[in-house]
Design a protein around this ligand. Structure first.
Ligand code: ASP
Length: 405
């Protein structure tokens, strides 16, 4: 046990050292960003590929084994409802913070000419298609294309069926749990490489964007980051303390490795394995975490909602438009839905911004204004996204254990 703890602690500090080194080396390599992109980034990509490789089986099996270990569909329902309410509520809060922050900062935003903007918006999916796309029409395709919402639906259906079949399926139930344990071990092996992964992913981003940070979008980025931080410090701390009964300091301390990983990878789904480990260390129950976190990595995107709020205000300002209160309410609703439809992979939130802009009649081409530094927005919003998931796991665990008592 002692040994185990030592290894985990040292991995967290290794990740931190990798982050600091990546920033220093990245800044030094600003003049040769190509070299960083050509020779350092591929190792980051290898690491990210390995993480992506294990993520589908982990989501499928961990949700299934979470459901199977609850042994009762009503219990799954009770956890599911609490989770979805918390996710929706915090996301609506997040977008409100984003809109308020954007409005307060508006005076400092640059007004960039919009006359020759072009943005290929065809990738944005209409809302009804987002709903239809949740349901798989094929057994293999969701797994091979890593369509996480579909994988979740599969896990729910199979998990419920195993419970309903009961005794006859007890071998399948224990098979799912055993396979889940094997996948978790596999993930642990991959995660040992995370310091190298973090360094190789972040260094090229810093090398390429170092100067852009101080560029014309600095104030917009700053507004978004202030809102990200406020949301985490105020909203999550409040709920962690009041509903989760945990000190926010302890929460953020344990959350740190996942935060660093999310920041460098800009992928909620990729951060899932580290997040699972983190919340278990915080004392969240395994059955709750293995249900709540994979779901959150797919549907709960508070950071993305904040970003959409700030960017909507900025883009509107560049077009000389001031958003009315009713337009802001529309943004709260559409950004909440858009963040559910956002995949937990780099850059997905920017594509969904099109849906938010369209809902209030803003030109979609405006996305081109923020596209250049999207990665920098993305790193921060992913941190918020996964921290929201972790807070939910801790809170729902606590509420469930209270209920059981
Ligand atoms: N990259 C984000 C995530 O994985 C999604 C986004 O682009 O907003 O959580």
């Amino acid at each position: 046990m002692e040994d185990n703890k030592k290894i985990k602690l040292s991995l967290a500090s290794q990740i931190f050292i990798a982050l600091v080194l990546a920033i220093i080396v990245g800044l030094l390599m600003q003049n040769c960003a190509d070299i960083a992109a050509d020779f350092i980034k591929p190792f980051g990509t290898i690491f990210l590929n390995l993480v992506k490789f294990i993520v589908v089986p982990i989501v499928l099996l961990s949700i299934m084994s979470g459901i199977v270990s609850m042994k009762d569909i009503r219990k799954v329902g009770s956890i599911g409802i609490k989770t979805v309410i918390y996710y929706l509520f915090t996301t609506a809060f997040a977008i409100t913070i984003g809109l308020t922050g954007g409005t307060l900062f508006k005076g400092f935003f640059p007004v960039i000419s919009t006359s020759d903007l072009t943005y290929e918006a065809s990738e944005a999916t209409p809302f009804m298609n987002v709903i239809v796309d949740i349901f798989p029409s094929n057994f293999i395709a969701p797994m091979s294309s890593a369509s996480m919402l579909q994988v979740i639906v599969m896990a729910l259906l199979f998990g419920f069926s195993i419970i309903l079949v009961g005794d006859k399926a007890k071998n399948v139930a224990s098979g799912v749990e055993d396979l889940n344990a094997v996948c978790m071990k596999c993930m642990e092996l991959i995660l040992r490489l995370s310091p190298i992964g973090v360094f190789c992913l972040l260094c090229p981003v810093v090398a390429a964007n170092g100067a852009a940070i101080i560029g014309s979008l600095a104030m917009v980025l700053l507004a978004a980051y202030i809102c990200y931080i406020l949301h985490m410090v105020i909203v999550y701390s409040f709920f962690i303390k009041t509903l989760g009964g945990m000190s926010p300091i302890k929460f953020f301390k344990e959350q740190f490795p996942a935060i660093i990983f999310a920041f460098s990878s800009a992928s909620s789904v990729g951060t899932l394995p580290i997040n699972l480990k983190g919340v278990e260390k915080m004392g969240a129950s395994k059955e709750v975490a293995s249900f709540v976190l994979p779901l959150g990595a797919t549907i709960n995107m508070d950071g993305t909602a904040i970003y959409q709020g700030v960017c909507a205000i900025f883009i509107a300002a560049c077009y000389g438009i001031s958003l009315t209160p009713s337009q802001m309410i529309t943004i709260v609703l559409t950004a909440t839905l858009a963040s559910i439809g956002t995949a937990g992979v780099p850059g997905a939130g920017m594509v969904m911004l099109a849906m938010v802009l369209t809902s209030v009649g803003l030109p979609v081409e405006g996305i081109a204004l923020v596209a250049g530094v999207d990665r920098i927005f993305d790193m921060g919003r992913t941190v918020v996204n996964i921290t929201g998931d972790a807070s939910c796991a801790v809170i729902v665990s606590k509420l469930e254990s209270k209920k059981n008592k």
